[in-house]
Design a binder for this molecule. Structure first.
Ligand code: DSN
Length: 430
């Protein structure tokens, strides 16, 4: 181990050991969790800098504490680059996480108990889209649309019908687990027809939208939230992009952008995480490079190549395949095991994935019929279509033989040998 983590090693051996072990786990595994990725070394460096020491409530050049000359530089760079990347009128880069970004938009636009129409959790929506165990389901009146049971795709006629009946104040497009493209223009039209705001949560597909591989909803919707660490490949965190004018309340004292900014601070957050915001700035610079488009295209090519292997092996996928970075497998139907066991046995062979509810699930959230897998992280490691054939074969072999120790041992050995060809942070110093 190099000198990089010497102070940590001397101060706190337990945390040091956990960091070393986690780095090794990441290096020696095939990371298929659809919401995870590997940041660049530059991003990794900046989030570990002195910027973590600063308080900077407020916005660039309008702070409540002194000493923010350089923090203003990094936050303004993050804002300017995000605006360019997504063609956004207004951006707030301070939300700490995707759930907070969503909470802040609700806080800006709704009163308690106001109505939101969003995607059902078991059909691919997120907890913050109105789950009864989440603040969103407790504080607001939520109604849900889902996918057509036959096609596994969102039926926009059903969305429109529900919107006309329910009359939401926010119509939310976006998901955590949906393998197809969204029709943002159709969502916008429905929102306008029923007098609702259109909020889009593009946490999963932000990198694809920025690269033009998936339609970018930022110029279409009223407000768009995203995390920064999934396909966008930045540090853990989030941001909110919006129009400046409030389409529904043009005569309010505050415009939409001001409402969002006040909801973030002082509404729901205190000091922003300046080291993370600097990481966002660096990641957005990287995403503006032509190579990022190639990366985003490869994410989708890889997901499609994997889906082909599953299809050839008769594995049931929600909607029959994918148009984006993720695939949902019905492992109960395909292999006779539940998602929890599938996740565990794949972990044993160093393939990391997560159990996931699928539309019409016959299980429970803790032990559903599905698993979700995605290609953003393995694409960052340089894998292409030919590697997907091998990875798909490992999935099938392992899930067909969940209790066969010799099969799992063989797959694990093959994975470990394979992964050496795709080094992760080779010159990190630890
Ligand atoms: N945890 C994220 C995901 O995996 O999709 C969403 O919060």
């Amino acid at each position: 181990m190099g000198k990089m983590l010497e102070s940590l090693k001397n101060t706190d051996r337990a945390v040091y050991d956990a960091v070393i072990n986690e780095t090794k786990r990441q290096r020696e595994g095939i990371e298929m969790i659809a919401s995870e990725n590997f940041v660049s070394k530059a991003v990794l460096e900046v989030v570990g800098t002195t910027l973590t020491n600063k308080y900077s409530e407020g916005l660039p050049n309008k702070r409540y504490y002194s000493g923010n000359k350089y923090i203003d530089v990094t936050e303004q760079l993050a804002i300017n680059r995000a605006k360019k990347l997504f063609n956004a009128e207004h951006v707030n880069v301070q939300p700490h996480a995707g759930s907070q970004a969503n909470a802040e938009v609700y806080f800006a636009l709704l009163e308690l108990k106001d109505k939101v129409l969003a995607m059902d959790l078991s059909h691919g929506g997120h907890l913050t889209h109105g789950s009864t165990v989440n603040f969103s389901g407790k504080f607001y009146t939520m109604e849900h649309y889902g996918v057509d049971p036959e096609t596994g795709r969102i039926d926009m006629d059903q969305v429109r019908k529900k919107a006309l009946e329910f009359k939401p104040k926010i119509l939310l497009s976006g998901f955590s687990a949906y393998p197809r493209k969204l029709d943002f223009r159709a969502f916008q039209e429905i929102a306008e027809e029923v007098g609702a705001y259109h909020m889009s949560d593009i946490a999963h597909i932000a990198g694809l939208c920025a690269a033009g591989v998936h339609e970018n909803p930022v110029p279409i919707a009223d407000v768009v939230t995203t995390t920064t660490h999934k396909t966008l490949r930045g540090p853990r965190g989030a941001m909110i992009m919006s129009k400046i004018q409030d389409r529904l309340k043009p005569n309010d004292k505050k415009n939409l952008a001001q409402k969002i900014d006040s909801a973030v601070f002082p509404g729901m957050q205190g000091g922003p995480l300046d080291h993370v915001i600097a990481g966002k700035a660096v990641a957005f610079k990287e995403a503006l490079e032509p190579d990022f488009r190639k990366y985003a295209e490869q994410i989708v090519k890889n997901a499609k190549a994997l889906a082909e292997v599953f299809s050839e092996n008769g594995v049931t996928m929600v909607s029959g395949g994918t148009d984006n970075h993720l695939i949902l497998l019905d492992v109960e139907k395909s292999f006779g095991i539940m998602g929890k066991e599938a996740e565990t046995v794949l972990d044993e062979v160093h393939i990391f994935t997560n159990k996931n509810m699928i539309p019409g699930d016959r299980g429970t959230p803790f032990n559903p019929c599905g698993i979700r897998l995605g290609t953003p992280a393995i694409t960052s490691r340089g894998m292409k279509e030919s590697e997907m054939k091998q990875i798909g074969e490992w999935y099938v072999r392992t899930l067909k033989n969940p209790s066969d120790e010799s099969v799992k041992q063989k797959v694990r050995e093959e994975v470990l040998e394979f992964i050496r060809e795709f080094p992760l942070y080779p010159d990190l110093g630890y």
